[in-house]
Design a protein around this ligand. Sequence first.
Ligand code: PMP
Length: 497
Amino acid sequence: MPVYNNILETIGRTPAVRLNRLAPEGIELYVKVEAANPMGSVKDRLALGVIEEAERSGRLRPGQTVIEATSGNTGIGLAMVCAQKGYPLVVVMAENFSVERRKLMRFLGAKIVLTPAAEKGSGMLAKAVELAEKHDWFLCQQFENEANADVHSRTTAREIVEDFETIGLDYWVTGFGTGGTLKGVSRVLKDKLPDTKVVVCEPDNSQLLGSGIPQPREVVDGVTTSHPNFRPHLMQGWSPDFVAKLTEDALKEQWIDRIVPVGGQRALECSRELASQEGIFTGISGGATLAGALRLCEQIEPGSKVLCMLPDTGERYLSTTLFEDIAVDMTEDEVAISKSTPRFRFDRPSPPPPKPTNTPVAAPTICPEADDYVQTVINDTDQPVVMFSLEWCEFCWSVRRMFKELGIPYRSIDLDSVAYQDGNWGGRVRTALNARTGMATIPQIFVGGELIGGCTETFDAYEGRTLQPRFAALGIETTATPGFEPYSFLPKWLQTR
Ligand code: PMP
């Protein structure tokens, strides 16, 4: 294992892994796990390839903003590359792609511009062009940029050749979005492993290649005309509403030996089976590619070796239909397991621990400095809203969210923070506080020197409109949006209504 100079050096060299349970008898079926890339998808390769080519050619200037239209994975890869290299990034994305993707990109420092789902992939592309022209930003143009296919020829294809040249490979199975993987890999396979057949999968309800209908090339108002056979489908990242130039190149060169249509439900099923039966975690397009590969396996000679691309990680789909049957709460089976031992259950309190014999419990001693401190803090007129809190406590986070929404300035005394650790200062303050209020729990919220209570008491005081006059009396204005509901700020597992 080498030591890497930066994260970008870890892109690529993904493993080809043999399937042991899902492979049909007599077929050696392998998957290439692109989730092993640092940001979890095949598009990390493209992001690095496109940016470095643009740097070399001078089309991308130091510090220039990078922009791209993407269904997500390209944006996530670009966000990593741009963060590492110091370019600002704007990603244009249709609103119907999973929200995890938006959050991931923003976490990496990118800005996201959403486009309406109804305007499809071509609409989001046209928006990116518009923004790039207006602001003189560098547009990656993944759908036609040769650097996309080139990086796959240099890396993905070379890895496949190295892994299989001695054992042999009969079929390589992929889907297509931009067609970068398809063009870049099949070009090299035709040269270096000429006996390997290239198999391309596409959604069965949206057969662009399978239809044989050529892609219309008219551009109206900067928007490419959709392919007449395009229909919305489940496989995020696959078949946009047009056949991209890179895909068309592979088609024209006759590098595609077979086209396999794949059903959406079958794709979901295969993704779930890969996870539960092989321990391989991939997204919907990975499930779809495997579904295509398994269908192919029914038609080919025993002893064949098949490699199937798995473009990304399943973690990107937690909010989508892929996970809709995955429970959040305990299932019946899990409840039964929980009930098989006596303690730590939801249906009854844990039996009390055995009483210690003959050890008198000392009443906690109140530290006078800590009591003075509490007294001073709660009566500080400069900071009249005070919350005694814990950094890790979810009730405390909920009150913070409410104060933030209302625009209320407050002082947070985080009793478990490092600043309060020395000499158990936090513990002593907590003991003094508890003795004063008679409350044992945290958070405890004070307004103008008076105790409001804990988290739910504070929410109730807001809903009962007894809290607002206290803020008003202190000259604090609140700014709730209409329909504001404090209880919605509790984490779901704590919400009792
Ligand atoms: N699957 C997923 C999840 C993707 O994000 C993409 C890229 N859009 C692909 C497959 C297809 O890859 P390519 O663009 O190289 O054809």
